[in-house]
Design a protein around this ligand. Structure first.
Ligand code: ATP
Ligand code: MG
Length: 300
């Protein structure tokens, strides 16, 4: 099973107000966890909403598990095997987790009472909320709310899960637990995770893409992205407080007793004779790639 996206474009609005959110995107996404990384406004949500059958593309094609999303029949077929956690999911604060999921299950057409209750119960267990199922949602932490969000996406036991920035606003411990839950779910599904947090991807995905201004800037494994920054990452120590510049991007700053140590990404460190090469991380790869994009954009 896979998702085939071909020359997919989406423009919102018309004329002078038109916004090009996606531009000729080509992607093939297979089973497991797929990371979609990109800055604000890159087009991540737009792509996910198209795959969920909620938005029609302006041009191009998306086919999920053999169903063409351009047709009504395809959309219905995909919705039956897809779970979607939107970037902003509204919860009903006065409902308990179980009540909310039961309500969502009814909306999704699981109308046979006994089967629905069993499914809600199984889903609560799957996301680790069985113990707090009778508590009102208004008392839930950010991480617990995200689990409820995943639970509602899992009600139909989908083969494809689309989760839009699910880790935003979580504390580190919740983020890690949540990531692990997604990895578990991805063992027998396609899970597409969008984020602008590089670490979410480096810890979970073997396959990823970077979207920027509606275009795919990178497609491959995190290891390949890291390799792109090989030889471009340096440690520079200064004692005069001058931040490195000339095309170098500072990715971190460490105050030392006798100066400041910078980690920088860039090609030309000739102005810094003491620069020491460093092993790139995924974040360095991302910074290097986006920096390169910035260079070409300003040159053209
Ligand atoms: N309904 C809409 N009408 C008009 N423009 C829109 C609409 N939805 C999104 N856009 C625009 O399309 C572009 C892509 O937006 P999108 O929400 O897909 O990006 P994103 O990568 O999800 O961003 P973020 O990280 O902030 O969630 C942006 O320029 C955005 O302003
Ligand atoms: Mg978004």
């Amino acid at each position: 099973m896979n998702i085939e996206i071909t020359q997919l474009s989406k423009t919102y609005g018309r004329g002078a107000k038109a916004v090009r959110a996606l531009c000729e995107v080509d992607l093939t996404i297979g089973p497991g966890m797929f990371g979609l990384l990109g800055p604000n406004g890159a087009g991540k949500t737009t792509l996910m909403r198209i795959l969920a059958g909620l938005v029609n593309p302006t041009a191009g094609k998306a086919v999920a598990a053999g169903h063409d999303l351009a047709t009504e029949r395809g959309k219905v077929a995909v919705k039956a095997i897809l779970g979607y956690l939107p970037q902003e999911l509204g919860l009903y604060p006065e409902l308990s987790a179980r009540q909310f999921l039961d309500y969502m299950a009814i909306l999704k057409g699981l109308d046979e009472g006994e089967a629905r209750r069993a499914r809600v119960g199984r889903t609560l267990e799957l996301v680790g909320l069985a113990d707090v199922a009778e508590r009102k949602l208004k008392g839930f932490s950010g991480g617990m709310k995200r689990r409820v969000g995943i639970a509602q996406a899992l009600l139909n036991d989908p083969q494809i899960m689309i989760v839009d920035e699910p880790t935003a606003g979580l504390d580190p411990e919740e983020r890690i637990r949540f990531r692990n839950l997604l990895v578990d779910l991805a063992s027998d599904r396609i899970v597409i995770l969008s984020t602008h947090i590089v670490e979410d991807i480096s810890q979970t995905c073997r396959d990823m893409a970077i979207l920027d201004h509606g275009q795919v800037r990178f497609r491959g494994s995190p290891a390949e992205l890291i390799a792109r920054a090989q030889g471009m990452v340096w440690q520079i120590q200064t004692d005069n407080g001058h931040k490195p510049n000339n095309g170098l991007v500072v990715v971190s700053t460490l105050q030392l007793a006798d100066g400041v140590q910078y980690r920088v990404v860039g090609q030309d460190v000739s102005g810094y004779p003491g620069a020491k090469p460093a092993q790139p991380s995924l974040e360095d790869g991302y910074v290097w790639l986006m920096q390169g994009v910035g260079d070409t954009a300003s040159a053209s």
